[in-house]
Design a protein. Sequence first.
Length: 142
Amino acid sequence: MKISTRWLLALSCALSLNLAVAAAPESAAALLAEGTQLLGQGKPEAAQKLFEAAVKADPRSVDAYMKLAGAHILRNDFTAAIPFYKQAIALNPNNAKAFIGMAIAYLHSGDKSMSRALFEEALRLEPQRRAQLAPILAQLDQ
Protein backbone atom coordinates (compact mmCIF):
# COMPACT_ATOMS: atom_id res chain seq x y z
CA MET A 1 0.00 0.00 0.00
CA LYS A 2 2.89 2.37 0.73
CA ILE A 3 4.15 2.09 -2.87
CA SER A 4 0.72 3.02 -4.21
CA THR A 5 0.41 5.94 -1.83
CA ARG A 6 3.87 7.22 -2.76
CA TRP A 7 3.09 6.78 -6.43
CA LEU A 8 -0.16 8.70 -6.07
CA LEU A 9 1.61 11.43 -4.11
CA ALA A 10 4.34 11.69 -6.76
CA LEU A 11 1.74 11.77 -9.53
CA SER A 12 -0.23 14.43 -7.68
CA CYS A 13 2.90 16.57 -7.25
CA ALA A 14 3.86 16.15 -10.90
CA LEU A 15 0.39 17.14 -12.05
CA SER A 16 0.32 20.20 -9.81
CA LEU A 17 3.73 21.27 -11.15
CA ASN A 18 2.50 20.84 -14.72
CA LEU A 19 -0.55 22.93 -13.94
CA ALA A 20 1.60 25.63 -12.40
CA VAL A 21 3.90 25.68 -15.43
CA ALA A 22 0.95 25.69 -17.82
CA ALA A 23 -0.66 28.57 -15.93
CA ALA A 24 2.47 30.73 -16.02
CA PRO A 25 2.26 31.78 -19.69
CA GLU A 26 -1.43 32.62 -19.30
CA SER A 27 -0.58 34.71 -16.26
CA ALA A 28 2.22 36.40 -18.20
CA ALA A 29 -0.13 37.08 -21.10
CA ALA A 30 -2.63 38.75 -18.78
CA LEU A 31 0.14 40.84 -17.20
CA LEU A 32 1.40 41.87 -20.64
CA ALA A 33 -2.10 42.84 -21.77
CA GLU A 34 -2.68 44.92 -18.65
CA GLY A 35 0.75 46.54 -18.93
CA THR A 36 0.16 47.39 -22.58
CA GLN A 37 -3.12 49.01 -21.62
CA LEU A 38 -1.35 51.09 -18.98
CA LEU A 39 1.23 52.21 -21.55
CA GLY A 40 -1.65 53.39 -23.74
CA GLN A 41 -2.89 55.41 -20.78
CA GLY A 42 0.52 57.07 -20.39
CA LYS A 43 1.53 55.15 -17.26
CA PRO A 44 4.93 53.63 -18.12
CA GLU A 45 6.02 53.18 -14.48
CA ALA A 46 2.96 51.04 -13.63
CA ALA A 47 3.30 49.17 -16.94
CA GLN A 48 6.96 48.45 -16.21
CA LYS A 49 6.03 46.75 -12.92
CA LEU A 50 3.56 44.51 -14.74
CA PHE A 51 6.13 43.67 -17.41
CA GLU A 52 8.63 42.78 -14.68
CA ALA A 53 6.00 40.46 -13.19
CA ALA A 54 5.38 38.96 -16.64
CA VAL A 55 9.10 38.17 -17.02
CA LYS A 56 9.02 36.43 -13.64
CA ALA A 57 5.85 34.54 -14.59
CA ASP A 58 7.30 33.39 -17.92
CA PRO A 59 11.07 33.84 -18.23
CA ARG A 60 10.96 32.37 -21.75
CA SER A 61 8.65 35.09 -23.07
CA VAL A 62 10.37 37.20 -25.70
CA ASP A 63 7.35 39.52 -25.68
CA ALA A 64 7.71 40.13 -21.93
CA TYR A 65 11.38 41.11 -22.30
CA MET A 66 10.60 43.30 -25.32
CA LYS A 67 7.82 45.14 -23.51
CA LEU A 68 9.94 45.57 -20.39
CA ALA A 69 12.79 46.99 -22.46
CA GLY A 70 10.33 49.25 -24.28
CA ALA A 71 8.99 50.58 -20.99
CA HIS A 72 12.53 51.51 -19.99
CA ILE A 73 13.00 53.27 -23.33
CA LEU A 74 9.78 55.24 -22.79
CA ARG A 75 11.12 56.33 -19.42
CA ASN A 76 14.42 57.42 -21.04
CA ASP A 77 16.27 54.76 -19.06
CA PHE A 78 18.22 53.51 -22.06
CA THR A 79 20.98 51.72 -20.18
CA ALA A 80 18.43 49.69 -18.20
CA ALA A 81 16.71 48.60 -21.43
CA ILE A 82 19.82 46.97 -22.91
CA PRO A 83 19.94 43.79 -20.78
CA PHE A 84 16.27 43.10 -21.53
CA TYR A 85 16.87 43.41 -25.28
CA LYS A 86 19.86 41.10 -24.87
CA GLN A 87 17.66 38.54 -23.14
CA ALA A 88 15.03 38.79 -25.90
CA ILE A 89 17.78 38.19 -28.47
CA ALA A 90 19.14 35.26 -26.47
CA LEU A 91 15.68 33.68 -26.63
CA ASN A 92 15.19 34.55 -30.32
CA PRO A 93 18.35 35.53 -32.21
CA ASN A 94 16.30 36.35 -35.33
CA ASN A 95 14.32 39.12 -33.63
CA ALA A 96 15.15 42.19 -35.71
CA LYS A 97 12.95 44.39 -33.53
CA ALA A 98 15.08 43.53 -30.49
CA PHE A 99 18.22 44.51 -32.40
CA ILE A 100 16.58 47.79 -33.43
CA GLY A 101 15.45 48.52 -29.88
CA MET A 102 18.87 47.77 -28.48
CA ALA A 103 20.46 49.92 -31.22
CA ILE A 104 18.25 52.82 -30.16
CA ALA A 105 19.19 52.28 -26.51
CA TYR A 106 22.91 52.28 -27.37
CA LEU A 107 22.48 55.33 -29.60
CA HIS A 108 20.89 57.30 -26.77
CA SER A 109 23.56 56.01 -24.40
CA GLY A 110 26.20 57.53 -26.71
CA ASP A 111 27.66 54.38 -28.28
CA LYS A 112 27.27 55.06 -32.00
CA SER A 113 29.49 52.21 -33.18
CA MET A 114 27.51 49.60 -31.23
CA SER A 115 24.30 51.20 -32.40
CA ARG A 116 25.42 50.97 -36.03
CA ALA A 117 26.41 47.32 -35.67
CA LEU A 118 23.02 46.47 -34.17
CA PHE A 119 21.11 48.34 -36.90
CA GLU A 120 23.16 46.46 -39.50
CA GLU A 121 22.30 43.14 -37.85
CA ALA A 122 18.63 44.07 -37.93
CA LEU A 123 19.00 44.79 -41.65
CA ARG A 124 20.71 41.46 -42.19
CA LEU A 125 17.79 39.73 -40.51
CA GLU A 126 15.12 41.81 -42.24
CA PRO A 127 16.46 43.48 -45.40
CA GLN A 128 13.01 44.90 -46.12
CA ARG A 129 13.65 47.42 -43.32
CA ARG A 130 16.32 49.20 -45.40
CA ALA A 131 14.09 52.19 -46.22
CA GLN A 132 13.22 52.54 -42.54
CA LEU A 133 16.77 52.30 -41.23
CA ALA A 134 18.80 53.92 -44.05
CA PRO A 135 18.25 57.50 -42.78
CA ILE A 136 19.42 56.51 -39.29
CA LEU A 137 22.51 54.77 -40.66
CA ALA A 138 23.26 57.79 -42.83
CA GLN A 139 23.17 60.05 -39.78
CA LEU A 140 25.46 57.69 -37.91
CA ASP A 141 27.97 58.06 -40.73
CA GLN A 142 28.13 61.85 -40.30
